[in-house]
Design a binder for this molecule. Structure first.
Ligand code: URA
Length: 312
């Protein structure tokens, strides 16, 4: 209880006036994607957790129950059958085409992450270190190579409940070699704390691993050059949920061109991993009024992850 209070206080300190007790409406997406019994069960969970949830129809489905995708057992992975591939895998994917599972139902770019062969944790740790070294040697984007101090790979554990993906390193990140360590990083830490997460338990990375000059947004070519690193990172880290912060993240991970204001509040997915999109912490620092919406997005994300809402 004390911990919950401190989460809520942290959020209040960061400027959010609207908190669950205030009973404001949540913008729950109404697309029905789940079987009817899951719909009913999820709607019940939402009603039990969300103020004013009586207004949520049975279409508010799939929010709480959809996270535990089946993972293959290790022995089954080793003997994984070879499936015919009818869609192109992601060009940066680590695993050869013939080892891949059938094409995913919800993405045309590669198999669901949880259907990839599972490496031992120590193998994945080592592969991530190798990948970080490869990133540090990357020279694909001349503008970025010229101006970067160092590359910024990502931080956090493998198999996290959540992976946060931002845009690109800024000044502080470029100096320190870690994502989200400047003012936007402080904001992110407060947002995570308000959700009941310790920052250390979350994997954090960016669309780009180099700081763009003057902190300009990533260019499409740069995002394309860096994409294999991001995809391989996600394949190795295997987060249970992804939170995309800002328009660059939704544009370059999901290939969606809509504004973040149009994508937030929707049940998104990347290769079988549930995805939440919300405003970038830097944007929230500039536009504090949007923190209400960000908080609603994060609460919806927590429900979808099957976690208890703060203060409940
Ligand atoms: N903004 C981002 O998108 N990423 C960082 O790492 C820092 C600021």
């Amino acid at each position: 209880m004390e911990q919950m209070d401190s989460h809520l206080r942290a959020w209040q300190d960061s400027g959010v006036e609207w908190l669950p007790q205030a009973g404001g409406p949540l913008h729950i997406p109404l697309a029905v994607t789940s079987p009817p019994d899951q719909v009913a069960q999820t709607a019940t969970t939402i009603r039990a957790n969300v103020p004013n949830a009586g207004q949520i129809g049975p279409g508010g489905a799939g929010l709480a129950a959809s996270i535990n995708l089946p993972a293959l057992s290790r022995s089954a992975d080793l003997a994984a059958p070879k499936f015919p591939q009818t869609t192109q895998p992601d060009p940066g994917a680590l695993f050869p085409r013939e080892q891949m599972a059938p094409p995913p139902q919800r993405s045309a770019e590669g198999p669901p992450i949880f259907e990839l062969p599972v490496l031992e944790d120590y193998q994945r740790d080592r592969a991530l270190k190798d990948l970080a070294y490869k990133v540090s040697q990357c020279k694909k984007c001349p503008d970025l190579v010229r101006t970067r101090t160092r590359t910024v790979f990502g931080t956090g554990p493998i198999n996290p409940q959540l992976c946060v993906i931002g845009e690109a390193p800024g000044f502080n990140e470029d100096q320190q070699g870690e994502p989200f360590v400047g003012p936007a990083g402080e904001m992110l830490t407060r947002m995570l704390a308000a959700c009941g997460f310790d920052r250390q338990e979350i994997y954090i990375c960016n669309i780009l691993r180099c700081r763009p000059p003057e902190n300009r947004p990533p260019l499409p070519d740069e995002a394309a050059n860096c994409r294999p690193f991001l995809v391989q990172t996600l394949e190795l880290v295997r987060p249970k949920h992804i939170c995309l912060m800002g328009g660059s993240a939704t544009k370059y991970l999901l290939g969606r061109d809509e504004f973040i204001g149009q994508l937030r509040g929707r049940e998104l997915d990347w290769r079988g991993i549930p995805v939440t999109a919300t405003y970038h912490p830097s944007y929230l620092l500039r536009s504090p009024a949007k923190k209400h919406d960000a908080w609603a997005d994060l609460q919806q994300m927590l429900l979808r992850m099957g976690r208890t809402l703060p203060g409940k």
